[in-house]
Design a protein around this ligand. Structure first.
Ligand SMILES: [Zn+2]
Length: 299
């Protein structure tokens, strides 16, 4: 999963420090992050001339040099480190311009681009973009409307006028693998650009537990009841400012699906042998599907 980066380690304790040239620099503007473009022509695609672009997160020294600046001119703040390489968020004027022009060889890309990167840049980039998104949405105090500042003792945004404190937004989500004998309840969300079938999931609502959210989401989206809801594991999901809790469950009673058409384009029982293999390196959804497909007990 995205947070499994061994032998690397995330150090997300709050601190204030200066960058070194090899640290990563997140320049976030208009909901996108500036990334370095590497265009290669794959061997088997030479005949058609297809260019395949891969991306990397730029380093502090690299962008400073491009813009004729030095570390002494650096405008940005520390977010966290993976091993001994830090991730800094750019506070320069370039990062405040929505739709800013990228340098040649660089491009502003959406958060999904991080998913194709190596484990360190995938977790670090997506998490940094999560923080950048939160900061960008809290420039003004929601209580008094004053301009806010970053807290200097913890990861927070503070209103210097009324004292209002805002912490990073992490919205809990549940996802559940519902088993019906040798079949798994699989679905496709209408908002997911990936056409593959995944699992029933949804945001936890006010006033309910994670387990109650599982019962409600399955009932709402597929119109069936579940029993024996059991915790499977969790993962951060910075792409939607979330923390996802995964569960397994068993069908309780009638297996007739009544799909919620406002949310899903498909919801169906899929036999174990008809489920294709899923890569388990990024999402808990794929881990839950593989857990069932490989025949591990859901008990
Ligand atoms: Zn205020």
């Amino acid at each position: 999963m995205i947070h499994d980066i061994l032998p690397h380690k995330l150090f997300n304790e709050f601190k204030i420090c200066d960058p070194k040239p090899t640290d990563y620099l997140i320049r976030y503007a208009g909901g996108k992050t500036l990334l370095k473009t590497n265009t290669t022509t794959e061997k088997n695609e030479v005949a058609t001339g297809t260019k395949v672009a891969t991306y990397n997160i730029p380093r502090v020294g690299e962008l400073l040099e491009l813009e004729g600046k030095s570390l002494g001119n650096f405008e940005g703040h520390y977010l966290f480190s993976i091993d001994d390489t830090a991730f800094f968020l750019d506070d320069s004027s370039a990062a405040k311009t929505s739709g800013a022009t990228a340098h040649a060889g660089y491009e502003y890309m959406g958060n999904r681009t991080f998913r194709s990167m190596d484990p360190v840049e995938r977790l670090g980039g997506a998490t940094a973009a999560h923080i950048a998104h939160w900061e960008s949405q809290n420039k003004f105090c929601g209580v008094c409307g004053n301009v806010t500042i970053r807290g200097d003792k913890e990861r927070s945004i503070v209103c210097p006028k009324c004292g209002n404190v805002v912490y990073p937004r992490i919205s809990p989500v549940v996802i559940v693998a519902v088993r019906n004998g040798d079949k798994l309840l699989m679905a496709h969300n209408i908002d997911n650009p990936n056409p593959r079938l995944f699992l029933i999931s949804g945001f936890v609502e006010v006033g309910e537990s994670l387990e109650q959210a599982v019962h409600r989401e399955v009932q709402e989206e597929a119109g069936v009841k579940v029993k024996n809801v059991r915790y499977f594991g969790s993962q951060p999901w910075p792409f939607s400012d979330s923390l996802i809790a995964g569960f397994t469950a068993e069908l309780d009673g009638d297996d007739t699906i009544h799909m919620q058409e406002a949310e899903l384009s498909e919801a169906t029982w899929v036999r174990r042998e008809d489920i294709p293999e899923y890569e388990t390196d990024v999402s808990i959804s794929c881990c839950l599907i593989e857990n069932f497909r490989r025949g591990f007990t859901l008990e």
